[in-house]
Design a protein around this ligand. Structure first.
Ligand code: PLP
Length: 454
């Protein structure tokens, strides 16, 4: 059997229309990647404008990453961290993360994915309130369009309907509020300041309606990724933070996409003025060479967790792969490359260039409702009409067509859910020439999608 046949017959694909895959199999089989380019089984090259799923930040097949993994696999591929057992690389990495953190943090808990890390966050928040003798304070607030994962708890934190339907999610302790998405959520004539004030007031109303004694935490991506690349107004998080502080509600920053330089600054919290009590990182921590996530815990939370030892004994949470030495070796090498090569400054410069290119190419297009983003993270949201503002009737179909046609033009991008949006999140090492070719490829995809509607 050909690889494509084996895939169609046996591989249960994530986030895929199962019936369509059963019929058609994979549209491409990627066999190789270097820098910002991936190659399929027919030998065709594509520029990957999404760095996989917002994650291959140092680019594909970086020789130093391969060397670091080989060295660690040859020395100690695995040992666990249960019952206080130590290994070298996770200890080094945890110290480095605490040093890098955008706000003071004290401890690092390692997991394997953004989803499991956000489940860990919920468990920490519940444990924290149980230790404090506040068993009612358990609800977690998230935002519509926010993406926090797919596990039983984190799938409900994610504010996207398709991740709930059919799965009996969200769990009952989760609440959602409106996102700071100017295009659709801001009232006509409302300033950024007024919009932020209104969203903070809605959050406060929700907390008061639920009863502050029942609300434990809020989770938010600094700049939303999968929900549409939504950059909040400058005063949004300071106003949200004020409300959370008033009712003793913890803030969890989900830095899974933003963290480690994607926005041209080390962390999203720096960019939007968040002061989280807890932080989640994954993806860019290893540039996805090996699965790894981490939860960073502030001293305020840590001191309470410590008190839990007397009440509950050993902390009853952890994964076989928590503090995996191979993953930690990948993270250390990845962070070395980013630091040594000045990649975060490069993201800031090339990100500004990408946004210039996008404005020049799409700024006047009648079907582009908004161009947004920050650093090497950008999105185009398509609309049926700009004046008056009207979305496409069949939500998502147009953006999907743009991505399919862009791929024919040699550029891989993604259509984001619950919107007609395509996103850009290229590897940090993408050259200016490659950025130009990505934008030209997506423009060709848009032109063909427009033609196909005629
Ligand atoms: N949080 C954010 C902001 C994400 O973008 C993602 C994945 O895209 C996750 C959490 C979940 O991460 P994972 O897919 O590794 O479980």
């Amino acid at each position: 059997m050909q690889i494509e046949e084996l895939d169609r017959a046996y591989l249960f694909h994530p986030m895929t229309n199962l019936a369509a895959h059963e019929q058609n199999g994979p549209p491409l089989t990627i066999v190789e990647g270097h820098g910002a380019t991936v190659t399929d089984s027919n030998g065709r090259d594509y520029l990957d404008a999404m760095a996989g799923l917002w994650c291959v930040n140092v680019g594909y097949s970086h020789p130093e990453m391969a060397d670091a993994l080989h060295a660690q696999a040859s020395k100690l591929p695995y040992f666990h961290a249960f019952s206080s057992m130590g290994t070298e690389l996770p200890a080094l990495l945890s110290e480095r993360l605490i040093r890098m953190a955008p706000v003071p943090m004290s401890k690092v808990f390692f997991g394997n994915s953004g989803s499991d890390a956000n489940d860990t966050q919920a468990k920490l928040v519940w444990y924290y309130n149980n230790v404090l003798g506040r068993p009612e304070k358990k609800k977690i607030i998230s935002r519509r369009r926010g993406y926090h994962g797919v596990t039983v708890l984190s799938g409900g934190l994610t504010g996207l309907k398709n991740l709930h339907d059919g799965f009996d999610l969200p769990l009952p302790m989760i609440r959602h509020v409106r996102p700071p998405h100017r295009l659709w959520e801001r009232a006509p004539g409302q300033s950024d300041e007024e919009f932020s004030t209104a969203l903070a007031a809605e959050l406060e109303t929700l907390i008061l309606d639920e009863g502050p004694e029942t609300v434990a935490a809020m989770i938010a991506e600094p700049v939303m990724a999968a929900g549409g690349v939504i950059v909040p107004p400058d005063t949004y998080f300071p106003k949200i933070q004020e409300v959370l502080d008033r009712y003793d509600v913890l803030l969890i920053a989900d830095e899974v996409v933003n963290g480690f330089g994607r926005l041209g600054v080390p962390f999203g919290s720096d960019a939007v003025g968040m002061r989280p009590d807890l932080m989640t990182v994954a993806k860019g921590i290893t540039s996805a060479y090996v699965p790894l996530s981490a939860v960073l815990v502030s001293e305020k939370v840590w001191q309470v967790l410590l008190e839990g030892s007397a009440k509950y004994g050993s902390f009853g949470h952890g994964y076989t792969y928590s503090a995996h030495p191979l993953a930690a070796a990948a993270a250390m090498a990845n962070l070395d490359i980013i630091e040594r090569d000045g990649l975060i400054a490069q993201v800031a410069e090339n990100g500004a260039y990408l946004h210039e290119l996008l404005r020049a190419e799409f700024g006047d297009h009648p079907n582009v409702g908004e161009i947004r983003g920050k650093g090497l993270m950008a999105a185009l949201e398509f609309v049926e009409s700009r004046e008056p503002l009207r979305p496409f009737a069949a939500q998502g179909a147009f953006a999907t067509a743009v991505t399919l046609h862009s791929r024919e033009a040699g550029v891989i991008t993604r259509a984001l859910p619950e919107a007609d949006t395509v996103s850009f999140s290229p590897p940090f090492v993408t050259t200016r020439d490659e950025l130009e070719r990505m934008v030209v490829g997506v423009r060709a995809g848009l032109d063909r999608a427009v033609e196909a509607r005629r």
